[in-house]
Design a protein around this ligand. Structure first.
Ligand code: AMP
Length: 402
């Protein structure tokens, strides 16, 4: 069932959104996730339907257990209702309990064009447990179920997956945001034009093993940058000074290199590095070949040779996946490599490549360098996107697609 072609006229749509936005002292610090859900909400309202929105926010029960001065009220979605009303230019009704009689009454009374936001789903432990009864109570609030929360698609929670069992095949679907995410991810993983280059960076190789292993089956080239590259250099006998290294992953790094060679996948490591004498924005800097880093120095960015090499690989690619920065891009002195790679990905996209940027820090990087609109797709789902590319089936997707 496709959301775009479905007519919501006269229907009450129960929409799972991801409104887990940063809120400080009742003020929304970044409303990107709320804005991302607007097209879906607007389409339902424009069709003549009504909308019941549900979301989680933070980890109320876990946090209250650790910090007893907190109460559920510290985790309310009420500020989101007010902000959403401003964005939509229409009233947003609020129910302060997602499965109460009040919620049921307010949902039942909705007229076409009206919007109801339910209080934080995670006030109930049943949400994260994927409780069937809780999911069934939520399901009663809508005629159709729309999942537009890609950021939680890797969780088998009540509102993201279990709830779909209560709706017939024609009455459950992805929203526009989720549809876009799934389409972009599938395009890269299952339909990629070759050469397909995956750029994997970030701090730790241990976080990225599964994604690299899965990509060995799909990609023609894998660029490895960031802190994780030094574990590969050390494993091959290189001198990496004080660079980040996971000594318990040296064998695994060699194993990955061997598997890549066996499969004919080209692994590209940064030939040179920008060095720092300490992990700090005001560190003294130097540069060296990445396998000859003197002790007392650490690699915090890829060097010029690496930039040129990686850029050439990227410019020859027809499909590009990017997850993780090439260096400590948060510090000005070590942002150059990540910026150059972002620019190369943008240029390749202009020349016809399909590029997907996913995962928290690489998304932050393309935003920092104002290149988000120059790549094909920027994913909103960090953990979900990572698990998708690890080859796992995401419960939120499976619940709808079967
Ligand atoms: P991840 O969350 O694993 O994608 O890692 C992102 C983090 O890795 C960012 O905060 C970067 O500052 C950090 N990072 C990237 N390159 C390096 C490096 N060479 N040494 C230490 N940290 C790095």
């Amino acid at each position: 069932m496709s959301f775009s072609t479905h007519n919501f006229n006269g229907q009450r749509a129960l929409v799972r959104v991801d409104f887990n936005v940063p809120i400080k002292n009742g003020t929304i610090a970044d409303d990107t996730r709320i804005r991302a859900a607007l097209p879906t909400i607007r389409k339902i309202l424009a069709d003549g339907g009504s909308v019941v929105l549900m979301s989680h926010w933070g980890r109320p029960l876990k946090d209250i257990e650790k910090k007893p001065h907190l109460t559920l009220a510290d985790f309310t979605l009420r500020p989101v209702a007010a902000h959403l009303a401003t964005l939509l230019g229409t009233e947003v009704i609020f129910s302060d309990d997602c499965i109460s009689e009040d919620a049921a009454n307010k949902a039942a009374a909705l007229k076409p064009g009206q919007v109801l936001l339910l209080e934080n789903l995670r006030y109930y432990k049943q949400e994260e447990k994927g409780d069937k009864e809780f999911a069934e109570k939520l399901a009663k609030l809508g005629d159709v179920y729309v999942n537009d929360a890609f950021g939680t698609a890797h969780r088998a929670h009540a509102s993201t997956a279990v709830i779909a069992d209560s709706f017939a095949a024609g009455k459950k679907m992805f929203g526009l945001l989720m549809e876009g995410e799934v389409k972009a991810a599938e395009e890269v993983l299952n339909n990629s034009k070759k050469p397909f280059t995956a750029i994997i960076g970030g701090a730790k190789v241990s976080d990225k093993i599964l994604i690299i292993e899965n990509l060995l089956e799909k990609a023609t080239d894998i660029i490895i940058g960031g802190g994780m590259a030094y574990t590969f250099f050390k494993a091959q006998g290189g001198h990496i000074g004080n660079s980040l290294c996971e000594d318990d992953r040296l064998d695994m790094a060699l194993d990955l290199l061997k598997k890549a060679a066996d499969k004919g996948v080209c692994i590209h490591l940064p030939a040179d590095s920008i060095l720092a004498d300490k992990f700090a924005a005001d560190a003294a800097t130097s540069s060296a070949v990445s396998t000859e880093i003197p002790s007392g120095w650490m690699g915090l960015d890829i060097g010029q040779m690496a930039i040129e090499h990686f850029s050439k690989v990227i410019s020859n690619s027809k499909t590009i996946l990017w997850n993780g920065p090439m260096g400590v891009f948060e510090m000005d002195k070590f942002q150059h490599g990540t910026k150059a790679i972002a620019e190369s990905v943008a240029a390749a996209t202009t020349n016809g490549a399909f590029s997907l940027v996913g995962g928290g820090d690489s998304v932050a990087a393309v935003n920092k360098f104002n290149l988000a609109d120059k790549v094909s797709y920027v994913s909103t789902g960090g953990g979900a996107m990572l698990e998708f590319f690890e080859g796992k089936q995401l419960p939120g997707i499976a619940a709808i697609k079967g």
